[in-house]
Design a protein around this ligand. Structure first.
Ligand SMILES: [Zn+2]
Length: 261
């Protein structure tokens, strides 16, 4: 049997009528799906015979046709919008929380985190303050990775095992500190399918953008055309490398308004 290859999808806050998003700049909003768009994608998955899995489930690479469903940042729409849709279709997923944002209006409260966990949905960590990890000192990395893990575990009263990198940025130190802290996987925002041969500390994820059509969404879930997106990301990364993260962000916000993770 061919080895199982699974696409990990990356979502963020969802848009609800009459509810203000936690950020409003175009670079943020392009990663935000209206709830109905998200629901349409889950419906397509169900009708196409896919199962929606958490990171723990997906990283054992079952043979069934499946995608992994992840959310970054810990917005309250994880509980009030995404969770009911996942449950409607019998899917699971993983919610990576930014521990320092919990309780801020628009984000999950600690009580809501416990509710999400009690629904059988998986909780992971997305740092404490959402910095670019590759810009930090070792000491700062410890706070963002190790202390953030403890904060979330204190809320849940059990261990968490999965981490995702804010803005998709990471370096070797990030992965080593995450591994030593007890995380079993680290997800980034690289456009590639994962399989048993993927390093669990470098799980790729595909950002689901607001303007994605259902045929495009279907192609992503089948792992098609990701090399084209990857080529775009490589080009972006080389500009980033030359300019540095901060100068790159300024340029990107001026030109297109973009952001990842
Ligand atoms: Zn994020």
């Amino acid at each position: 049997m061919a080895p199982s290859r699974i696409v990990f999808l990356m979502y963020h806050e969802l848009e609800l009528p009459g509810r203000t998003l936690v950020q409003s700049e175009p670079g943020y909003v392009r990663y935000i799906l209206p709830l109905e768009t998200f629901r349409g994608q889950m419906e397509w998955l169900k009708e196409s015979g896919y199962q929606g899995l958490s990171v723990s489930e997906a990283s054992s690479y079952p043979q069934e046709r499946s995608v992994c469903i992840t959310f970054d940042d810990g917005c309250e729409t994880d509980l009030i919008s995404a969770a009911p849709v996942l449950r409607e279709f019998g899917f699971r997923g993983t919610f990576y929380l930014t521990s320092g944002f919990l309780g801020i209006p628009g984000y999950l409260s600690p009580e809501q985190v416990r509710q999400l966990d009690a629904l059988g949905l998986e909780i992971g960590c997305h740092s404490m303050t959402h910095p670019y990890l590759s810009d930090l000192s070792d000491q700062e990395l410890g706070r963002e990775i190790v202390e953030a893990k403890i904060q979330i575990e204190d809320i849940l009263a059990h261990n968490i095992e999965h981490f995702s990198c804010p803005g998709g940025r990471y370096d070797r130190r990030t992965l080593e500190i995450a591994r030593r802290a007890g995380f079993r996987t680290v997800a980034n925002s690289e456009f590639h399918v994962n399989s048993t041969s993927t390093n669990p500390y470098e799980l790729g994820r595909v950002a689901v953008l607001r303007d994605l059509s259902i045929p495009e969404f279907g192609a992503i879930c089948r792992g098609r055309g990701l090399w084209k997106k990857r080529a775009g990301v490589r080009a972006r990364q080389s500009v980033q490398h030359i300019l540095g993260n901060r100068a790159y962000d300024k340029l990107r916000d001026t030109l297109l308004g973009g952001r990842q993770g």
